[in-house]
Design a protein around this ligand. Sequence first.
Ligand code: SF4
Ligand code: MG
Length: 332
Amino acid sequence: SDILLETRDLKMHFPVSKGILQRKVGYVKAVDGVNLQVRRGETLGIVGESGCGKSTLARLMLRLLEPTSGEVLFEGENILNYNQKQMLRLRKDMQIVFQDPFASLNPRMTVGNIIAQPLKTQRAKTNLKRQVQNLLEIVGLNPEHYNRYPHEFSGGQRQRIGIARAIALKPKLIICDEPVSALDVSIQAQVINLLEDLQKEFQLTYIFIAHDLSVVKHISNRVSVMYLGRIVETAECARLYDHPHHPYTNALLSAIPLPDPRLERKRQRIVLKGDLPSPSNPPSGCTFHVRCPRAEEHCRNHIPTLVHHELESHQVSCFFPLVEEQRLENSI
Ligand code: SF4
Ligand code: MG
């Protein structure tokens, strides 16, 4: 089928306890009913403020965390029913590149050993050194540097090492969890270009997570916007940037600086009231209503669901989606 990975009503509610008796006082609804479909060969961008549940969602999709409820389907099979042996096989197909290349690489291991790790777990042990050197070359590093340690590399190079480790087993899907957020702007484009080249060469499918809509624009085929553990809008990339329906997406777009300073001075910026509310005590109804410029009484008491609007491929979770004349000039 066309769908490589799918989540169905996926939830992760972490219990919160308080006091010396550790009395359970509630739940942090980090992921609260996410339905996503990732098509083979595409890049799906997932964008939201820090704390909205993006990284938790990434870990659930890889089953690095067990969800509270819901399903994760990979190639049509619910991986939550997999036993250890089946999970080990699945690890070959699904990999992750973490945000922080400094924290995700063991400082006491040589780069060669770091990259060889996944190969060892899958009994692909023949010619390890040759395989590692080949991977270093593929990600644009010197193959002779396999004996060096992570601290001997720059931030961008370390992220290349993380990518080499992720592609070592020729996976089908790589979840990139803010892979360039910790890097200098000048290095970000290089790493994104590398990811794009690898995608073509190895027919990879990506889920690309970021906190900023400008980062995912060039790499994504489709983009989902996340707010407080839920997807509030999903659309084809160009469509989302030119015709956002959700007031939150519109606000995020208005925060992206325009390259042309004359346009930049003229444009209206939507400043949202308040901060992201705590996911342990989310607002009633539409959880965005306390910050939403379009909120009405109805939004306080009713929860909108993700439904398509205007186009089959454009889904939005809002009772009063934006119509054409209400959108800002947001072309970036
Ligand atoms: Fe705003 Fe209401 Fe739409 Fe929620 S449902 S985003 S509060 S207009
Ligand atoms: Mg994160």
